[in-house]
Design a protein around this ligand. Structure first.
Ligand code: ADP
Length: 509
C-alpha cells in the first residue's frame, strides 16, 4: 500500500504536542511492515538547520488561492526509509511561530492543503491512502471530494482523518475561507462545511473523510457525547459507523530507561536499582532535599485547563500538607505559571517547577519521580502516562479517554492494576487518590514494586496499533494489510481496539 500522511508537525523536525510524536513514530512502523509510506508537512523556518541542510529540492509550481498565485516548493528528505516532503513557501511558513498570531491560519493551512492535493500528479507517488491529521489538514478530504475526485489521478484515493484533539477545530469566518478555497455558497450548509455560522476545518475533515479515527477507544466513545463532543457530537454520532478509536503507542527506542542517555543511571525491570540514582539526581537538579523516603509526584505537561490543573489548584495546599515533593515541567497559560511560581516560593523545600520545553529534563523527571499525576478533564490518548509506566513511575490519573484505556486502578482484592485512578472531575477525589498512592508507597513496598514492574514490562509499542491502521486502510482500498509480526499481547488493561468500537464488531451506518 502507498500511504501519505499529511500533518502540521512531525518528530524529529517540529513538535508542539503529541501529534508530532504520533506521526514520527507511526510512519516508520507502517513502513517496516512493507508499505511505501511518505509524510508531508510545512517547511517551517523553525525546523533545525541540520535537517534543512540535508533536504533536496524536488520541484516547484504555483497554485491559485482565489485571486492569489502562490509559490509551492517541495523539498525532500529520507529518514529511516520514510520519505518526508516539506512544502516551502516563505510567506506562510517563514515565520518565528508555527501556529497562531498572524490571523491568517485559514489561509496558511488552506494553502498547505491545496498544495498537498495539487502535488500528487506531479510526483511519482499516487497514494492509495491520504491520511490527514487534525484541523490543519481538515480541508484535504473536503477539497478531494468536492473538487478533485472526478479527475482520474485522484479517483482511487481514499482519505482517513484522525482526530488527535477535538478541542482545536480551526474555526474561521465563511467569507475569508470561501475567498481562498474557492468554495461556493451552496457548500456552506450545516450538513457540509458550515458549522454554527462559521467555517470549521476539523468539521470539514469529519464530514468528507472516508474513514475517521481517533487516538483511543474511550475517546472515540466520549466524543459522541455532549460533554466531550465540543459541539460536534451530533456529527460524530452520525458518522460512528466510520469512527474507530486506535490507541497510540510510544516510541520505545526513545523512551527506554535501559538505554536512555539522558539519565544519571540506566535501569530495567530486571535491574531496577538505577532508578534510585535517578531520583537522587533529580532532587539535586531541582534543588530539593535529597531524601530517599519521600515520594516525588511529577507532572510534565502543557499548562492548559485540559490537563486538570484547576483540580491541582483547588487542593494544592492540602496536598502539600503531606510529606511529598512535587516536580512540574510545563509551558502554557499564565494562570498556571502564577500558581506554580507561588507554590515554589511557598514550599521551596518541596515544590520545584521549570517553565520550559526541555525534552532531556522530561526524561530525567519520568525516571526520577515515584508517581506521575495526570488528572485531565479530557485526554484523547495521552503519552505521558505510558512513558511513566515504562519508567517505573506510577501514574495517578483521571479515568478519561486514553488514560482510561491504559491505566487500571490497583485493586486490593485481586491485585490487578498498574496505577491509581479516579472517575469524577473532582479535586478531592484526586487528592484522595494521590493519598491512596502515597499509602502504598509508604506502607506496602511489595505492592508498590509489583506495580513498578508491571508498568515497566507493559507493551506500549506501535505494532499493535499500526496493525489496526493497516486493517482500516485495507478495508478502504481492498489491498491486503500484510501481517505484522505481532508483539506479545498488551499487558492488561491495555485495550487497543475495544469491543463496541473495534472495526470488526461495529455496526456500519
Ligand atoms: P498533549 O499532546 O495533549 O500535549 P500528550 O501526553 O499526548 O499530551 O503528549 C505530551 C508530550 O509532550 C509528552 O511526550 C510530554 O513528555 C511532552 N511534554 C509536554 N510538556 C513538555 C515540556 N515542557 N518539556 C518537554 N516535554 C514536554
Amino acid at each position: 500500500m502507498k500511504v501519505l500522511f499529511a500533518t502540521s508537525e512531525c518528530v524529529p523536525f517540529i513538535k508542539t504536542g503529541g501529534l508530532a510524536d504520533v506521526i514520527g513514530a507511526l510512519a516508520p512502523v507502517v513502513r517496516e511492515a512493507g508499505h511505501d509510506v511518505r509524510v508531508i508537512l510545512p517547511l517551517y523556518t523553525a525546523i533545525p538547520q541540520e535537517y534543512q541542510k540535508r533536504m533536496s529540492h524536488v520541484l516547484d509550481f504555483e497554485i491559485t488561492l482565489g485571486w492569489r498565485k502562490q509559490y509551492v516548493g517541495i523539498e525532500e528528505l529520507t529518514l529511516d526509509g520514510v520519505i518526508y516532503y516539506f512544502v516551502d513557501n516563505k510567506y506562510y511558513f517563514g515565520r518565528s511561530y508555527i501556529y497562531g498570531m498572524g490571523g491568517d491560519e485559514y489561509e496558511r493551512f488552506g494553502f498547505f492543503d491545496r498544495a498537498v492535493l495539487n502535488l500528487l500528479p506531479k510526483i511519482d507517488f499516487q497514494p492509495d491512502i491520504l491520511h490527514c491529521n487534525d484541523w490543519q489538514t481538515g480541508m484535504i478530504p473536503a477539497l478531494h471530494k468536492i473538487q478533485y475526485k472526478h479527475l482520474p489521478e485522484y479517483a482511487k484515493i481514499k482519505t482517513v482523518f484522525t482526530i488527535h484533539n477535538l478541542q482545536y477545530q480551526g474555526i474561521f469566518g465563511i467569507k475569508p475561507v470561501q475567498d481562498v478555497m474557492e468554495l461556493g455558497d451552496s457548500l456552506f450548509t450545516s450538513d457540509k462545511l458550515e458549522c454554527f455560522g462559521c467555517a470549521n476545518y476539523l468539521k470539514s475533515g469529519l464530514v468528507y473523510a472516508d474513514e475517521i479515527t481517533t487516538v483511543s477507544p474511550s475517546y472515540a466513545d466520549e466524543i459522541q457525547t455532549a460533554y466531550y463532543g465540543e459541539r460536534l457530537d451530533g456529527l460524530l454520532r452520525a458518522r460512528r459507523g466510520q469512527l474507530t478509536g486506535v490507541l497510540n503507542g510510544i516510541d520505545i527506542k526513545v523512551w527506554d530507561p535501559e538505554h536512555d542517555p539522558a539519565l544519571a543511571a540506566n535501569y530495567s525491570a530486571e535491574k531496577p536499582e538505577g532508578k534510585a540514582a535517578c531520583k537522587r539526581a533529580l532532587q539535586e537538579e531541582m534543588n530539593l532535599p535529597v531524601r530517599e523516603d519521600v515520594p516525588i509526584l511529577a507532572m510534565v505537561t502543557r499548562l492548559s485547563s485540559q490537563k486538570g490543573l484547576d483540580l491541582v489548584d483547588r487542593v494544592l495546599g492540602e496536598m502539600m500538607e503531606d510529606d511529598l515533593q512535587m516536580v512540574v515541567l510545563g509551558m502554557g497559560e499564565a494562570r498556571y505559571f502564577d500558581l506554580f511560581s507561588w507554590a515554589e516560593q511557598r514550599w521551596p523545600d518541596r515544590f520545584a517547577v521549570r517553565f520550559q520545553m526541555d525534552e532531556s529534563l522530561s526524561h530525567r523527571i519520568y525516571a526520577g519521580a515515584d508517581m506521575f499525576l495526570m488528572p485531565s478533564r479530557f485526554e484523547p490518548c495521552g503519552l505521558s502516562q505510558m512513558i511513566s509506566l515504562r519508567y517505573g513511575t506510577i501514574p495517578v490519573v483521571r479515568e478519561t479517554g486514553g488514560l482510561r484505556d491504559t491505566v487500571l486502578s490497583y485493586n486490593e482484592s485481586n491485585g490487578a492494576g498498574n496505577g491509581f485512578t479516579f472517575f469524577n472531575y473532582n479535586a478531592h477525589d484526586m487528592l484522595y487518590t494521590v493519598r491512596r498512592a502515597e499509602h502504598y508507597y509508604r506502607n506496602a513496598k511489595d505492592v508498590w514494586n509489583t506495580l513498578i514492574r508491571r508498568g515497566m514490562t507493559g507493551n506500549y509499542s506501535w505494532n499493535h496499533s499500526a496493525q489496526t491502521y493497516l486493517e482500516i486502510y485495507s478495508d478502504l482500498t481492498g489491498l491486503p494489510p500484510t501481517e505484522f509480526k505481532p508483539d506479545a499481547e498488551p499487558v492488561a488493561p491495555l485495550t487497543r481496539a475495544r469491543k463496541g468500537n473495534s472495526k470488526k464488531i461495529r455496526v456500519k451506518g
